[in-house]
Design a protein around this ligand. Structure first.
Ligand code: SRM
Ligand code: SF4
Length: 567
């Protein structure tokens, strides 16, 4: 019965399913679309298919009205996202990514909340060359987007745990195991030989009903926000050895304003698996979602809704049937926070790791600091890695002691601060891209967050809270790309200058926040926060985080389950 559900049924399934089925395993008409000189865009059906190849068509929303007035088509360009399991790139790869940004995109590199590089503003005529350039550096963009398993995240910092290298290897293995097998990518972008349509052993012709995301975390750090992922693996260490993982499933952030059938959800912990079971577990969670996910209504198609529809026990028994064995009971673990640790750290081999605060992951030169140029100069003398954190920051990793002073000199030459001058609130803040490139943005995020944090910092200083790390997350819409529903203060765009304000998430990323005030502007947001911050300053318990305090002080109810989010 399960497999029957994956068969395309035109009477029931959404149009996207039809596009996938008719695409000849993701080929569609992408090649002719790229060659069409009449327009800067690709054909309608290809808009969906190019996502599987790591590409989104966009247009500059700042220019949209002006172009319309001039009767010009929107200024189409493309955003490309690389697949970078665990966020790790060598210095050489970093230089190549930066070169491509200078030559073919808007001149900036964007680090994402899922440890990937993004290029914005690539014109159609440069798409193939840019993708070929990414491949030449031994990275790729396969399955960076689309209805498949996407970039697999893992803790980025090697010096924090002995088992880090092993867990990072697992992120690569899972990513490879769940990659689509179609040769379309090689044919279209790398001029590979045309081969007969390849079967997709895991996905089948219709791939997954929706995007699918996987992360691995090594306690006590939850910087990957494991509970926001469809599938998660929490590393379990015994006597200094990695013995397996607790498996989580059903996390997700996306929702739509005013539609209570959609909601963010924290993943459930399903049980424990040993190392030899990891790939089987990953594959079969994907297969259960493939067969039971909703293919009629895309906004209800993520695994979180499949699990709530089947019930957690129903889902688990289906998974166990697919696996042919049961997961063992989950083992105990503890998380302390979901942010990054900034600055210099030395590992037991004497090498240094430097975590830099990068505002919203945007690597660009400005009047004040030459971040883009400075990082390339550092990459030229450093033969370690550049690691992207899940909080859009950058870790220059495995710096040899003998070049540490040179790196410091370059940081100072290019005015790159390591975050020591930023307040804890800014260091714990995230914003999604939003305007001008995101077609779904309703309000600003990346471009507005710095100003908002200035105001919030003033308010916090007024109540002597300047040393308190409150985790603030802002997005331009409720899709949740900066995981705003896990922010102790979450701001989600409703309209230009207007946000919904959410409060009450935990500082460790295992409890959602809840709507506190709707559709309010900056002044109203600060007015709403001021009495709470005052109270927090006066009556918080020792080490009590703001997200926990607003619940204890009865400002907002705790959300224990996605289904309570709107209650
Ligand atoms: Fe996202 C769609 C940017 C992480 C949930 N996301 C988009 C698009 C592609 C808009 C679109 O579909 O046209 C955005 C492109 C903006 C641009 O100009 O770059 C976009 N998402 C991003 C990034 C770049 C935000 C960032 O500031 O870093 C992140 C890229 C991650 C990556 O490297 O793969 C990004 N997106 C996320 C996350 C966070 C995460 O995964 O940890 C989420 C919430 C978790 C989740 O998936 O539930 C997220 N993005 C969405 C959704 C809502 C999905 C849903 O279930 O409803 C959409 C819209 C959609 O899929 O229809 C979306
Ligand atoms: Fe765009 Fe919304 Fe994602 Fe922000 S949260 S990048 S506005 S889709």
């Amino acid at each position: 019965m399960a497999i029957e559900q994956t068969k395309y049924d035109p009477s029931k399934h959404s149009d996207v399913e039809k596009i996938k089925v008719e695409s000849d395993y993701l080929r569609g008409t992408i090649t002719p679309s790229l060659k069409n000189p009449i327009t800067g865009s690709v054909a309608d059906d290809d808009l969906m298919l190019i996502k599987f190849h790591g590409i989104y068509q966009q247009d500059d929303r700042d220019l949209r009205n002006e172009r319309r007035k001039q009767k010009l088509e929107p200024l189409y360009s493309f955003m490309i996202r690389a697949r970078v399991p665990g966020g790790v790139a060598s210095s050489e790869q970093y230089i190549q990514m930066a070169d491509l940004a200078t030559t073919y995109s808007s001149g900036s590199l964007r680090l994402t909340t899922r440890q990937a590089f993004q290029w914005h503003g690539v014109f159609k005529r440069n798409l193939k060359t840019t993708i070929a350039g990414i491949n030449k550096s031994m990275l790729d963009t396969i399955a960076a987007c689309g209805d498949v398993n996407r970039n697999v995240m893992s803790n980025p910092l090697p010096e924090t745990s002995k088992i880090h290298a092993e867990v990072f290897e697992w992120s690569k293995k899972i990513s490879e195991h769940l990659l689509p097998k179609t040769k379309a990518y090689h044919e279209i972008w790398l001029d590979g030989e045309k081969v007969e349509s390849t079967q997709e052993p895991i996905y089948g012709q219709t791939y997954l009903p929706r995007k699918f995301k996987t992360a691995l975390a090594i306690p006590p750090f939850n910087d990957v926000d494991i509970f926001a992922n469809d599938l998660g693996f929490i590393a379990i260490e015994e006597k200094g050895k990695l013995v397996g993982f607790n498996v989580t499933a059903g996390g997700g952030m996306g929702s739509s304003h005013g539609d209570d059938s959609t909601y963010p959800r924290i993943a459930d912990v399903l049980g424990f698996c040993t190392l030899d079971q990891v790939l089987e577990v990953a594959e079969n969670v994907v297969k259960v979602q493939r067969d039971f996910g909703n293919r009629e209504v895309r906004k209800l198609a993520r695994l979180k809704y499949t699990i709530d529809r089947l019930g957690i026990d129903g889902f688990k028994s289906q998974l166990h049937e697919y696996l042919g064995f049961e997961l063992a009971p989950a083992k105990s673990y503890d998380f302390v926070h979901n942010g990054d640790r900034y600055g210099w750290m030395q590992d037991e081999n004497g090498n240094w790791h430097l975590t830099l605060y990068i505002h919203s992951g945007r690597i660009v030169d400005t009047e004040e600091k030459k971040l883009f140029t400075g990082l390339v100069e550092i990459a030229k003398i450093h033969d370690g890695e550049f690691r992207i954190s899940p909080n859009q920051n950058l870790i220059i990793s495995n710096i040899k002691p003998k070049i540490k002073a040179k790196v410091e000199k370059l940081l100072s030459t290019y005015q790159i601060s390591i975050g020591e001058t930023e307040t804890p609130t800014r260091l714990n803040s995230l914003a999604c891209v939003a305007f001008p490139t995101c077609s779904l943005a309703m309000a600003e995020a990346e471009r507005y967050l710095p100003d908002f944090i200035n105001r919030l910092d003033e308010l916090m200083a007024k109540y002597s809270l300047q040393e308190q790390p409150i985790n603030v997350r802002m997005t331009g819409c409720p899709n949740g790309c900066a995981r705003p529903f896990l922010g102790e203060i979450g701001m989600v765009g409703k309209a230009p200058g207007k946000y919904n304000l959410y409060l009450g998430a935990s500082h460790i990323g295992n409890r959602l926040n809840k709507l506190y005030k709707e559709n309010i502007n900056e002044k109203q947001i600060l007015e709403a926060l001021e009495p709470l911050l005052k109270d927090y300053s006066e009556s918080r318990h020792e080490n009590e985080h703001f997200g926990d305090f607003v619940i204890r002080a009865n400002y907002i109810k705790a959300v224990n389950n996605g289904l309570d989010f709107h209650a």
